[in-house]
Design a protein around this ligand. Structure first.
Ligand code: AMP
Length: 396
């Protein structure tokens, strides 16, 4: 069974073609600068990578090009588009109604359009990406896999904000959580490694966007991102959690509008805002190692907040069996992992410094100290595989 996974952003469309009988990735790539000028990168194992400029005026042009590349005699991996059995779409926000991955029909799309206000950045491109794919592949099923659905079993105490309840009822202001597909994947791998479906797991997805999730008995019970991906730990350019009064205070002091202050907290804060150097963790670490105090402070704030949230989730679950690191920083940054795990022995978290420093990139690693009560694991995330798996299960 061949499944195409599509992740449409405002000016990009990433894709992976899976053979789900063998679970192999047959091809993957990215169309970038859609609506600007257009560029495509296409990779297939065993073939030379293909990179070219392309005229990509919209998502329809992008998906048409993707299908052309997948079926190309030289660059392709399938003889015709008919070989694709289903398409899985990454959708960031499923609102309160789309609580599980679902075949996308008219009702689902109408609902997604009705909640675009909750997800103004990622909602419209996901919808136009789906519509473009449906147009060029009308006879197969298209499945939506929602970042929020991993959190759909939350108890109200975990998702209702302590503000007037009518605001939740009227505007659906609540914690939704994001990165759910990644947390679901890595916590599932951790459950398998521990051979315990009921394990208490804290997963740290630390990348340009970062979130932390607590999973217990196979279900997420809390997560650090909230109404939007702005909540929780500091990120590349996002502040993470703040005293809410900071917002009107900045607006008054700097004479900013709501949109301007939102932009400041979304694109000019986090690692970039504090360090003044970069949103990229590697750049900030390089500067910190060269003695830049603000770069060091930015990293200290990140570590401080990750520890704080991990600790609070251990308290919520009355224990922890595994702590998992994933995504760009979590998978690659041994120094940050070591900092987070430092002085956590009270909770049973102790790592083997040597293993942490030398574990190979891109592979699952158990970095726990011998005899540690808690397993500390590095697990490369694989959201695309999760999307392909849900799509297979809903369409086979
Ligand atoms: P992601 O959003 O998951 O692609 O992660 C991007 C983040 O991962 C950026 O802040 C990168 O600096 C960080 N990152 C990637 N590789 C490394 C590395 N080897 N060491 C430290 N940070 C890294």
């Amino acid at each position: 069974m061949k499944i195409l996974v599509v992740n449409a952003g405002s000016s990009s469309l990433k894709y992976q073609l899976f053979d789900m009988d063998t679970e192999a990735v047959l091809a993957k790539g990215n169309c970038e600068r859609i609506g600007i000028d257009g560029m495509v990168t296409h990779k297939c194992p065993g073939k030379e990578d293909y990179k070219a400029n392309a005229d990509l005026k919209d998502h329809r042009a992008a998906i048409t090009l993707v299908l052309k590349l997948l079926t190309d005699k030289m660059l392709g991996v399938i003889a015709s588009v008919e070989e694709i059995d289903a398409v899985g779409h990454r959708v960031a926000h499923g609102g309160e109604m789309l609580r599980k991955s679902a075949v996308l029909g008219e009702d689902e799309i109408k609902y997604l359009e009705s909640i675009v206000e909750l997800n103004p950045l990622h909602g419209p491109p996901a919808i136009s990406g789906f519509k473009a794919c449906k147009e060029v592949m009308p006879n197969i099923k298209h499945v939506g896999v929602f970042d929020t659905s991993y959190y759909s079993d939350f108890e109200p105490k975990a998702y209702v904000y302590p503000i007037p309840y009518e605001l939740y009822e009227e505007f659906k202001i609540r914690r939704y959580g994001f990165h759910g597909t990644s947390h679901r994947y890595v916590s599932g791998v951790a459950q398998e490694l521990l051979k315990n479906k009921n394990a208490k797991i804290v997963t740290c997805h630390l990348g340009n966007g970062s979130s932390i999730t607590a999973t217990m008995n196979g279900k997420a019970i809390d997560t650090s991102m909230g109404f939007t991906p702005q909540d929780g730990v500091p990120m590349g350019t996002r502040s993470g959690a703040l005293d809410p009064t900071v917002v009107p205070f900045i607006m008054k002091k700097k004479g900013l509008t709501a949109e301007e202050v939102e932009k400041l907290l979304n694109s000019k804060s986090g690692l970039l805002g504090v360090s003044g150097i970069s949103s990229d963790c590697r750049d900030v670490e390089t500067a910190a190692n060269e003695g830049n105090e603000r770069a060091k402070l930015a990293l200290d704030i990140l570590v401080h907040n990750v520890k704080k949230i991990v600790g609070s989730y251990v308290a919520e679950m009355n224990g922890i069996d595994a702590l998992v690191f994933t995504a760009g920083i979590g998978e690659n940054d041994r120094d940050l992992r070591a900092q987070v795990c430092k002085e956590m022995s009270y909770l049973g978290i102790e790592i083997d410094e040597e293993v942490n420093a030398t574990c190979p990139r891109g592979e699952i690693a158990d970095i726990s100290k011998k005899g540690a009560k808690v397993k500390t694991l590095v697990i490369p995330t694989n959201e695309e595989y999760m999307i392909a798996l849900d799509t297979k299960n809903l369409t086979k």
